[in-house]
Design a protein around this ligand. Structure first.
Ligand code: BGC
Length: 776
């Protein structure tokens, strides 16, 4: 496959330049340094390590430093950087706004790098394909709710196909930051609060992007980000300080990165935040001691956007030179956007302030990935393939499947859902009813407005012919009494609008009154999720609660469909709605996928991977917390005097259109050896009248651990099963001693003998545990 791809690319280049006798393109290799000989680094048959060694020997100090610079596109993306490209001062481009469906532009830049620089080292092009490229899938937090890591493998495979057709070699994804604080906008980009499930999702995403060989056509290099601890930002404020003990870092924040490295991710991005007294982009402990020395990560580390330059703002570097020195020696190989390496490394190396070896190692890692991606052998993209690669039928189908699988049914009183065939008049109300753009979430990448299916479109496409649909917006997402609203129109350019003053709520109430059932769409604007989009409140913004109250007051059954990027604190909606379907930002096929669930063509099988609080004051709030010494202390149970201590919905929660009965957990033995396994069995029965999918979850708890206190529950397994009405299944889970280990504060993984509990339950807050002993 690799050979075929390379061969074809070279053939095209060869034919194109056949008339030119001085061509650097040959049948099977490229004369990158234009010396008329096939040098070792140009020779496809040599192992990558030899090729890198050979190339490194030929490079000047300037050329080496140039390999560590990643640049954004300027206003004139070709003319502006041409000089630097010829000098070998740029290694990579990112952002790609100029790349929109234009591999032609990419190839132009690549031609300059390959043909006009001394050694012809190709560029690597990076882009944020976070949850899709042209086919935009549900946000990662939503996809995680499918409890189906293979879903990530499948969606990211499509994302890789579309990205690479647009000329992208490298994606800044997956974001594997564990997040416990829904105020933080980037919670939308990750997998939730559980390190075990997050690790499975991380590995699956890497497999989806890179396949078995990232040099294959349709594959891209993955990047695990943001290393590390970014999700623990104080107060949920983006870019903020984090203070994470080694114990918590090892057990909660690192496992997803480790899983991604083990799955073969070739790059890692260092984070913006300060981590326990040192910015993550200057943190030698995490970048070198852990990532390289312990985990033997073979790829390269890229900084986050200007996070090397920002070391000055952090107050740990006096100037750019000090920032560059700190970052490079800590283990950041490539600098994104800021230019401290380019501007200062030469002098520092010549003056012996930074050992040459440190630079060589960083360059070696960058070149190795470029070789592994096959860029030296096929540097150009087929300029036409994107025309057929985008929005293929399998991508559209998967986007619809993923949107439906991401939905979590949070409430369903008196079987309000699925919509019954008796319902003849439906009122679709709320600011998201006809809004397609909001469906795609924060990283909409190259989504086009016309490709998006809104909920109104999705419902219309499935309505029986005798069904009446009335649509009323009710209010805009952010409308306030002052009349100011903000939203996006057109192809995603942010604009400010002024509210026209029409009382849309009255129109919505009229529509509700004449309907049998109301589907009320509520949520947050999509640009309130993602980077630099934190919130201090977790309720519904604008006049949405006013709209909700008015619609509930009509007495009609109100089915709320939520479009949002984080857990929301909405206890009143929870009390008064007849049903609540959490649809997140479901992507371009959102309207169809959500309609599939509303009509019952797809059973809601999503389960939360983040805790929903009752109030914002409860956060950070997560299921796998420590027990404390006073878990049930006094009237307030060690918690709040003025409000609930329990979550609105716990981790793992989600309903189906049927009901399931859990039997008692049986263990095949009351004891497990450290190197042995134990089997847990449980009878689960579908007690309803519809077929349905259940996600049975296995949790454990260590009751006395020398490593340090362990969580009150830790997820260690799950099974997603479809049961027919009345069907009973004997579920069996095997768990080994090894899986019960934990890190101590020194970073040692220990499997400890002692007393443990085990649950098989529908979520993290239900079920009865059984005990077992782990013995030597
Ligand atoms: C974000 C990264 C992103 C990078 C490149 C940064 O601001 O934090 O997640 O990959 O920009 O776009």
């Amino acid at each position: 496959m690799k050979f075929t791809t390379s061969f074809l690319c070279l053939l095209v280049a060869f034919i194109a330049t056949a008339a030119d006798t001085n061509s650097i393109y040959h049948d099977g290799w490229i004369d990158l340094d234009k010396n008329g000989r096939k040098d070792i680094y140009e020779d496809l048959s040599r192992p990558v390590a030899n090729r890198v060694d050979d190339l490194l020997k030929r490079m000047t100090l300037d050329e080496k430093i140039g390999q560590l610079e990643q640049s954004p596109f300027g206003k004139d993306p070709v003319k502006q950087p041409a000089g630097k490209l010829k000098a070998g001062d740029i290694s990579s481009f990112l952002d790609g706004s100029a790349l929109i469906e234009s591999p032609v532009l990419r190839n132009k830049l690549q031609h300059i790098a390959v043909e006009q620089s001394r050694l012809g080292i190709p560029l690597i092009f990076g882009h944020d394909s976070i949850h899709g490229f042209r086919t935009v899938f549900p946000i990662p937090l939503a996809q995680a709710c499918a409890w189906e890591p293979e879903l990530f493998e499948r969606t990211q495979t499509i994302s890789a196909r579309e990205s690479s057709a647009a000329g992208i070699d490298w994606v800044f994804s997956p974001m594997v930051d564990l997040a416990r604080d829904p105020r933080w906008g980037r919670i939308a980009e990750g997998f939730g609060e559980d390190p075990w499930l997050g690790a499975l999702d991380a590995a699956a995403s890497v497999r989806g992007f890179q396949g078995t060989n990232c040099a294959d056509t349709n594959r891209v290099v993955a990047c695990l980000k943001h290393f590390v601890g970014y999700g623990a930002a104080e107060g949920g404020r983006d870019y903020n300080t984090t203070e994470i003990s080694e114990f918590t870092l090892r057990n909660f924040y690192l496992p997803q990165f480790k899983a991604g490295v083990d799955a073969g991710a070739l790059t890692v991005m260092s984070a913006f935040n300060e981590l326990s007294g040192m910015p993550a982009s200057a943190n030698r402990h995490t970048l070198t001691d852990i990532l390289r020395d312990e985990w033997e990560f073979p790829g390269y580390v890229v900084s986050d956007w200007e996070s090397v330059g920002e070391l000055v703002d952090h107050g740990v570097a006096a100037d750019e030179a000090a920032a560059a020195r700190l970052a490079l020696t800590a283990g950041v190989d490539m600098e994104m956007v800021s230019t401290t390496y380019l501007d200062t490394l030469k002098q520092q190396i010549e003056q012996g302030e930074i050992p040459k070896k440190v630079l060589d190692e960083a360059v070696r890692r960058v070149l190795t990935v470029k070789f592994e991606k096959g860029l030296f052998d096929h540097p150009f993209t087929d300029a036409n393939s994107y025309k057929t690669a985008f929005l293929q039928q399998d991508a559209i189908d998967l986007a619809r499947e993923a949107a439906a699988k991401s939905c979590v049914l949070l409430k369903n009183e008196n079987g309000a859902l699925p919509l019954s065939p008796q319902v003849k008049k439906l009122a679709l109300i709320g600011p998201f009813a006809e809004d397609g753009e909001e469906m795609v979430g924060p990283w909409y990448s190259r989504a086009h407005t016309n490709d998006i299916v809104s909920l109104a479109d999705g419902l219309r496409a499935q309505l029986p012919f005798d069904f009446q649909l009335a649509i009323a917006r009710g209010c805009s997402i952010l409308e306030t009494n002052s009349g100011k609203i903000r939203r996006h129109i057109g192809d995603f350019s942010p604009v400010k609008e002024r509210w026209t003053g029409t009382n849309e709520i009255a129109e919505a109430v009229a529509a509700a009154k004449s309907a049998d059932v109301v589907v009320l769409t509520l949520g947050e604007p999509r640009d309130w999720s993602g980077e630099s989009s934190s919130r201090s409140d977790l309720g519904l913004p604008g006049r949405q609660m006013e709209l909700f109250d008015a619609i509930v007051a009509t007495g009609k059954p109100v089915i709320v469909v939520l479009f949002n990027g984080r857990p929301l604190a909405i206890p009143k909606v929870q009390k008064q709605a007849a049903a609540i379907l959490e649809a997140w930002f479901p992507g371009i096929q959102g309207g169809n996928g959500v309609a599939d669930v509303l009509f019952g063509d797809v059973d809601p099988a999503g389960r939360l991977t983040t805790t929903f609080p009752n109030r914002v004051g409860q956060v950070p709030f997560y299921y796998n917390h420590s027990n404390t010494g006073r878990p049930g202390f006094g009237d307030y149970k060690g918690n709040y005097a003025d409000g609930p201590t329990v979550p609105l919905y716990p981790f793992g929660f989600g309903l189906a259109y049927t009901t399931f009965d859990y039997g008692k957990v049986q263990l095949d033995s009351p004891e497990m050896k450290l190197d042995g396994t134990i089997s847990a069995h449980m009878q689960i029965q579908n007690t309803g009248e519809r077929a349905g999918t259940e996600v049975a979850q296995l949790y454990i708890r260590a009751l006395a651990a020398t490593t340090g206190p362990r969580p009150v529950r830790e997820l260690k397994g799950f099974q997603k099963i479809l049961l027919q009405p009345g069907e009973s299944r004997d579920m069996s889970f095997n768990i080994s001693g090894k899986e019960l280990g934990y890190y101590n504060s020194k970073g040692n993984w220990l499997v400890e003998p002692g007393k443990y509990q085990l649950w098989i339950s529908k979520d993290s807050a239900s079920g009865e545990p059984v005990n077992f002993d782990l013995v030597k």
